[in-house]
Write a protein that binds this ligand. Structure first.
Ligand code: NAD
Length: 310
């Protein structure tokens, strides 16, 4: 299979390496010059905490790739998706399947502007990865992937199941989902309940969840998420998610969520517009208000300006 990884940062590197090791013809695509130059010079350094190895996978800037791919996994951050899809048009042929496992909601709106709905496959993953620096990917442990065809149809379902098989052959623990919309919204809701608040308060999950305010704030954020999610075809239960989020966050302990890492630690833009911001925006479609999520989004954007993020 000819597979492109469109956005070869942390998670893209993990999927790219595993698909490459399983014998697929993988091409990495990215726009970060130092990362690309180091991979071209030495190979991608893959580190699992116990051993390190260099993996030779071709890597290109988006404008350099002309070959049509069988599969494209998009792994930019949400806010990079639009530009990436526009820049890799030559890679996307009539039969190219696009798999989107980004965190957050609303990516299908961007994808369907450029790609036939029949070729879009949405999913969610619990795999994790990080970059220790350009050209140096770090990942260990395991995870899960769920995938489903965007368009309901026999052919599309069969194609989704073939993608599931390909990922399992590569050691990525993947299942075919019969309701990926619920899984995507559940993950977005758990991220949306904690991620931005920890960035705003400069706290880890345990610190925030130990405050008296964590439960009432979580309840309000989740309530607004669940209203929109269920209108968008998910099937979420507010109580169940509040309990899960508070319990899981206490157990995870001193972990700083990704939005804290992006904004506070690295002064980078966050995916807030595809989490709390998406809920604030989509609520209006249903003549609802989502004041907690709206305010959180505004505060994150204010903090981006204060920290002069790039
Ligand atoms: P990342 O920042 O490490 O990687 C994104 C890569 O995309 C970067 O290397 C960047 O240079 C590249 N990129 C962005 N826009 C581009 C463009 N227009 N053209 C070319 N390259 C472009 O991000 P990540 O941590 O790998 O996360 C990717 C997605 O996966 C996010 O939605 C994230 O929330 C989700 N996710 C990440 C993890 C994790 O553990 N890292 C876990 C689950 C889900």
């Amino acid at each position: 299979m000819k597979v492109a990884i469109a956005g070869s940062g942390a998670l893209g590197s993990r999927f790219g390496v595993m698909l490459h090791d399983a014998g697929n013809e993988v091409t990495l695509i990215d726009k970060w010059p130092e990362h690309i130059e180091l991979i071209r010079k030495n190979g991608l350094l893959v580190d699992n905490g116990e051993e390190k190895r260099y993996v030779n996978i071709p890597v290109f800037y988006p404008s350099e790739v002309k070959e049509t791919m069988d599969l494209v996994f998009v792994f930019t951050k949400s806010m990079g998706l639009q530009e990436m899809i526009e820049d890799i048009k030559p890679v996307i042929g009539e039969h190219t399947k696009i798999i989107c496992l980004l965190n957050g909601v609303g990516h299908e709106t961007i994808l369907q502007e450029h790609i036939s709905l029949h070729n879009i496959f949405m999913g969610v993953t619990l795999y994790t990865a990080s970059l220790k620096g350009p050209g140096h990917a770090y990942f260990n442990g395991t995870g899960k992937v769920e995938i489903q065809n965007f368009v309901v149809g026999e052919k599309e379902e069969l194609e989704a199941k073939q993608i599931v098989e390909l990922l399992n052959e590569a050691g990525l623990n993947t299942s075919y989902s019969t309701n990926v919309t619920t899984s995507i919204w559940r993950k977005a809701c758990t991220n949306g309940a904690m991620n931005a608040i920890c960035a705003l308060l400069d706290s880890n999950l345990h610190q925030y969840c130990s405050t008296d305010q964590a439960e009432p704030i979580t309840r309000q954020i989740v309530k607004e998420f669940v209203i929109v999610a269920n209108k968008k075809g998910a099937s979420l239960n507010e109580e169940e998610i509040v309990d899960y989020v508070l319990q899981a966050s206490k157990n995870i302990g001193s972990h700083y969520p990704s939005m804290h890492q992006d904004l506070v630690q690295n002064h980078r833009y966050t995916e807030v517009d595809f989490l709390n911001g998406a809920v604030a925006r989509m609520s209006k479609e249903f003549e609802h208000e989502a004041p907690y999520n709206e305010l959180i989004t505004q505060l994150i954007h204010a903090k981006e300006q204060i920290l002069e993020v790039k």
